[in-house]
Every structure is written in C-alpha cells, then in structure tokens.
Design a protein around this ligand. Sequence first.
Ligand code: UD1
Length: 448
Amino acid sequence: MNVLDRLDTTLRVVGGARLEGSVEVQGAKNAALPIMAAALLARGKVTLHRVPRITDVSVMWSLLEALGARLSLQDRNTITIDAANVNKARAPYTLVRKLAASFDLCGPLLGRFGRAEVPLPGGCVLGTRATDLHEAAFRALDAEVSVAHGYLIANARGGRLRGGEIEFRMPSVGATKNAMLAAVTADGDTIIHNAAMEPEVVDLANFLVAMGAKIEGQGGDTLRVTGVAELRGVEYEIIPDRIATGTLLIAGAITRGDVTVKKTRPDDVLALQLALGECGVKVTTGDDWVRVQADTVKGGTDVVTAPHPGFATDLQPQLLSFLCTAPGVSVVEESIFNARFSYVNELVRMGADVRVAMDNNTALVKGVAQLSGAPVEAPDIRAGAALVLAGLGASGETEIIGLEYIDRGYERLEETLSSLGAQVQRASGIVPFSEPTGTFETSVYPSV
Ligand code: UD1
C-alpha cells in the first residue's frame, strides 16, 4: 500500500434506507488524545479503557513511542502506556503534522522535563490554528517560550515550572488542556480564568485527579490547580464521544428514522437535542441514552456554534447536512473556526441549496425535497461524516472520497451505520484496526 492507495479509499452509500435501532457509541477521541499525552506525567503504568480504534489514536500511539514510551493493547479498546523510559522532549514533525492534537504534548513534556519542543500546528482545513494562548499560559507558569524553525520551544526557568495566574482572552480547548497539563506538577498554585468547559477538558481533569493531581473547578470557567511533586499510574475509562453520538442521532434524523444511541451522556449533546427538537424531531433521553424519532420533521432551525455548552462546531457540518433536507430556511453561523464551510460545495453538488456569505461565517440553507447521490470528497473528519449523512438521505449512490479522514475520528462508521439498516460499504480494501494483535496496528500509516 502506498500514499496514493490511501487517497483512493472511499465509502459507498446507497441512500433511502430509514435507520432504525440502537447502537453503543465509541469513547471520545478528543478526550482520549490528551489523556494519552498526559500519561507521560505518570510514574507508573496507565491503563485506559474505551479508547476508540481510530487513526488519530494510532498517531498519538506512535508519537508516544517515538518519545520512548511503551504501549500495548490489552483488548479491543484498552491500552496501557508505560512512560518510565521516556527520554526525549522533542516531538517529531513527521508524526505531529498528521495530528493537530499533538500540541497536547507540550504541557506534559514541559511538566516532566522542564522543556518541550513541539512543531507548530500551522493552519488546517478548518482555519488558522493559533498558539498564542498556549504560549501565554506557559509564560504565566514561568517558562521562556520561543518559536524557531517551525517548532514551539518552551523552557521552564530554573528547570521546573512555577504556578501562576492565567487569564485567557477566549476559552480555548487546547490551551486550557495544555495549561492544566503543565500546571499539575508545577511548583505552587495556578488559577486559570476563562477556561474551556468542554466535557473532554473535564475528562482530562478527572484523569489527572485520578493520577493524584489537585484540580478544582472543572466544568466551570475557573480552574484552580495546586502543583504536586509526582503523579501515579492509574486505570481509567474515557467518556463517551459526544460528537459521534450527535453524528449518529443526525443519521437517524436525516433518514426520518428511529435511532437510539446508548452508553452516552445526554447532557453532553443538549444543544443538538434542542436544535433537532426545533425541527420537529422527537428527542427522548434516559440516564445514558438518547433517542430520535424523525418522521415528524416540519422545518429547519437557526444555530450559532459556540464554546460548550453551546452548539458544538464539530457537529456543525452534520447538522447542516440534515437542514438541507428540512423544509424551509435555516441559518448556520460558525463562530469558532474561520474556514469551516468548504464542504458546502460538495453538498451543493448533491443538489443542496446552500449559500455561504462573503465573510465565510454564515450559511443560508434552503431545504430541498430530495438530495441526489454524487461522488464527493471529504475535506476533514466531521465534514466527511456530514457527506456520509447526506448520502444516507439522498436518492441513489454517493461515493465519498477521503475515507481516511473519517477513519481519523470514527471507529468503523460504516459498520455502525449498517447495523442500523444503512447501506454503507468501504470500497477499498483497507480496514484499520482489524483484531487486536498485541500492538495497536498502525498499518494505515505505513510510511511512518
Ligand atoms: C478542539 C478540538 C476540535 C474542536 C475545537 C473547538 C481536539 C483534539 N480538537 O480543538 O475538534 O473543533 O476544540 O471545540 O480536542 N485559538 C487562538 N489561539 C490559541 C488557541 C486557539 O486564537 O492559542 C483559536 C483557534 O484558532 C480557533 C479557536 O480558538 O479559532 C478554538 O480553538 P480551540 O478551542 O483551541 O480548539 P482546539 O483545541 O484546536
């Protein structure tokens, strides 16, 4: 297999089937990645349950190995990380460029070695990936920070970080995670103002507390961290993936089906529940499940993406696909990333009526009676999922090129959807993560 083979991987969707039934959702990608990075801070072995078998996890796996950690696969979704022998504070660009979340390594490296060298994330298809908030946080913890040759280089003055006061100008998920990761083993107390409140940030905090860290206020906008000398190994289960939950619920909605997502946390998708409800979808919840019944869709809705608990930017493309099939006019405004509507052109090729305003932040969606299947290309993970959903609600066949993006975030999406009655097939022979073999297969990244 070579790079070109990978680019040719496609998903074929035959639309029209009404999805019905229930599925359990995978563990959260955006919690698993920083938690794996945080394992660098542990003195003993870390065992993680409910780790999603996705390629982003396999990149983080390879990154930790490149730094000297030893990882092993216990069963399908359980991994252990032993960071005892980690001896490098510099993350290799060849791996980092595949994963924006690699930047989560800065905090743990800085905490462990008093030094971190991590390539800058640069831009991505969603927009600019600035790092000023991360840098400000490290400086507040008494690190010297510079940028050289594409790398962010941070050095703790005196070899160990010191607690400080961090005031973010806006809540950033990544910068809050890095600030916490750096502060937990710093000398003294840290206060983080205007912290991100996303469930994955809370899960990282809870994991760190399980390792012996002292953090208060998680889930709110002010975090208080009291530095401790060392953190211990721990066994921990990752939270359910709210974005995968939302994607499956919208799959139910766009096919006017009846879908229940189990082993999830309904409150984590509250804003989506409200948006679907406004469109006439019946949404019911229990302790750990959410059900959508969508034969009553009567109209669209307006949403603005916002930090949690607002409407998640990572569900914006999937909801927009659904709105293309809902009667009437909907307005979708993106407030987190500055280039997150590029996939709209692909939906238009499927017969959608969507106009993106000149500022690139607002999309006007007019529902059409029926989308029509077409060959389309996924530009990123969530837009890829959105195109799959559009294919489910369209007439005829949709071929989605760029399946490797979808595999970055969704564990065998085609199998999950097929179990609900969808006609979805992986069109080329690459199946990541078949059965456990003792190592977490990285076969989709053979060149690494
Ligand atoms: C995380 C998620 C991503 C999600 C996003 C928003 C992971 C691996 N990724 O990304 O899926 O879409 O949260 O919920 O968890 N910004 C700055 N300066 C900074 C940092 C960020 O200006 O120093 C800006 C970014 O350019 C962006 C916005 O803040 O426009 C949001 O970024 P942030 O919350 O940091 O998102 P990520 O952690 O990158």
